[in-house]
Design a protein around this ligand. Structure first.
Ligand code: ATP
Length: 454
């Protein structure tokens, strides 16, 4: 990707309060609370017309970078319900638990692993200082039942993490594709968790979407591939953001590591919530395939076609969240620029052009001049076949620019009286607000080069 390097960065602006994003998302149709007319459901959201475009672009770009441009990676899409034994093998039935305490005074609820250590030691609420209750344990898996006859229904779970399907399909992929180790399987899909403290908008939800890569390697090559994917994923996120000082790779301390992991890193991003995980890069060794071999009775070992060596492949995992990416990118992109004339600030989303939900808005200077309207509609119709374009003729041109800035549209094309004489239009760029004059014949190429990835 070359475009990001030229992209202006927005430095030294204060961290954006999450409420600003919640309000913009509702107002402009990015995200709505689920079942709102019934009072809503905590930790569950719906995506509106602009939200679904942004989300699709984020997903498509991940898929392009991970699957399409790597010869040794393929994709799957697994079901969200699996055999219940999967969750015994994975350890989730036994260990996927949160330990919670409540404050007896202010009634707030906390996960013990999120409490400052001194508050946990003193059993003291970090907000009001009140006394904390004894911890209670909750399993996060969401139960569901298959079958209709009472007594014959099978209890199972909505998947608590999407990646399990990859281990389940690993052998089928190996047999049905031409992949050989080292190779990877990717998936984007929904996961469900009965989070006991859902909150902070899309940050911690009960239904959310994950993207995972499970990369299968010979044990002797584990370190090399772990380093490769760690670096790749860190650069991938860094390229998408404006605030390069708000991203970091954090190595897990030894007491955070799973027993099979030699090392693990989180890509973290800084928001008003502090430094928090964006994606995890994990050294999973042979844990997952060994467990599924053991619980299913199927041999999941691999035989090297040349050396005939037989072994259980080791796994490098990169696991991130589509929704968390959605939220972090909006927090990163949001800016209220003061107006030099002292009027309303200009709200701008400095989203990367290739991720922006609307790529171009086509605007006739006046809506009561038929020739301007016809030409603008014509341009819009042509562009629409190749990218998301909006036609807008309501309100003064400045107001229309502002409307587009607020949703991150990188380019506005204005059809004015000069257009009718020389077939050129004004193209206005969102971040710099610079305007250039371009022949209509060159417009499509000009935009495609700037709003798509290659
Ligand atoms: P946390 O410690 O924040 O609970 P986790 O370590 O359980 O997260 P993973 O199971 O590794 O998270 O999930 C991988 C990714 O999925 C996370 O990096 C995050 O981006 C996303 N994710 C996890 N839980 C949620 C959630 N409840 N809502 C939204 N995204 C989530």
């Amino acid at each position: 990707m070359t475009q990001t390097e030229d992209k202006p960065t927005v430095q030294d602006t204060p961290l954006v309060p999450i409420e600003k994003i919640v309000s913009l998302c509702k107002r402009r149709g990015f995200v709505y609370p689920n079942s709102e007319i019934y009072g809503g459901v905590a930790g569950i959201y719906d995506f509106g017309p602009l939200g679904v475009e942004l989300r699709n672009n984020i997903r498509r770009y991940w898929w392009w970078s991970m699957v399409q441009t790597h010869d040794n990676v393929v994709g799957i899409e697994g079901a969200t319900i699996t055999h219940p034994r999967v969750w015994e093998a994975s350890g989730h039935v036994e260990n996927f638990v949160d330990r919670l305490v409540d404050c007896k005074k202010c009634k707030r609820r906390f996960r013990i692993d999120h409490l400052p250590p001194e508050n946990w030691e003193n059993r003291q609420c970090p907000v009001c200082g009140g006394e904390l209750t004894e911890p209670r344990t909750f399993n996060l898996l969401m139960e569901t039942y298959l079958g209709v006859v009472e007594g014959e229904r099978m209890k199972t779970y909505l998947r608590g993490e999407a990646c399990q399907n990859i281990y389940l399909d690993y052998d089928n992929v190996l047999k049905s594709s031409r992949m050989q180790i080292p190779f990877g399987i990717c998936q984007i899909g929904k996961a469900y968790r009965n989070e006991v403290t859902p909150g902070n908008f899309l940050f911690r939800q009960r239904e959310f979407e994950q993207w995972d890569l499970q990369f299968f390697v010979h044990p002797s090559e584990m370190q090399r591939w772990f380093d490769y994917w760690k670096q790749f994923r860190f650069e991938w996120y860094t390229n998408l953001i404006n605030h390069k000082d708000r991203i970091r790779l954090r190595a897990h301390a030894s007491d955070e590591l799973a027993h099979y992991a030699k090392q693990a890193f989180d890509v973290e991003y800084q928001t008003v919530l502090g430094w928090q995980e964006w994606e995890g890069v994990h050294w999973r060794q042979d844990w997952d395939l060994s467990r599924h071999s053991q619980y299913s009775g199927q041999d999941l070992s691999y035989t090297d076609p040349i050396t005939k060596e037989r072994y259980i492949p080791w796994i490098v995992e990169t696991s991130g969240g589509v929704d968390r990416t959605f939220l972090y990118l909006l927090l990163d992109a949001y800016e209220e620029e003061p107006d030099p004339a002292g009027k309303e600030p200009r709200t701008v989303l400095h989203l990367h052009p290739m991720l922006a939900p609307v790529k171009v808005a086509v605007l006739p200077l006046q809506k009561n001049k038929e020739e301007l309207v016809t030409t603008a509609r014509d341009i819009h119709k042509k562009l629409q076949r190749l990218m998301v374009s909006q036609y807008d003729d309501v309100a003064a041109i400045g107001r229309r620019y502002r409307r587009q800035d607020e949703i991150g549209t990188p380019y506005c094309v204005t059809v004015d009286f000069q257009t009718l004489e020389d077939q050129t239009v004004t193209v206005r760029e969102r971040d710099s607000m610079a305007q250039i004059r371009l022949p209509i014949a060159e417009l499509t190429m000009y935009l495609l080069e700037r709003v798509t990835w290659q």
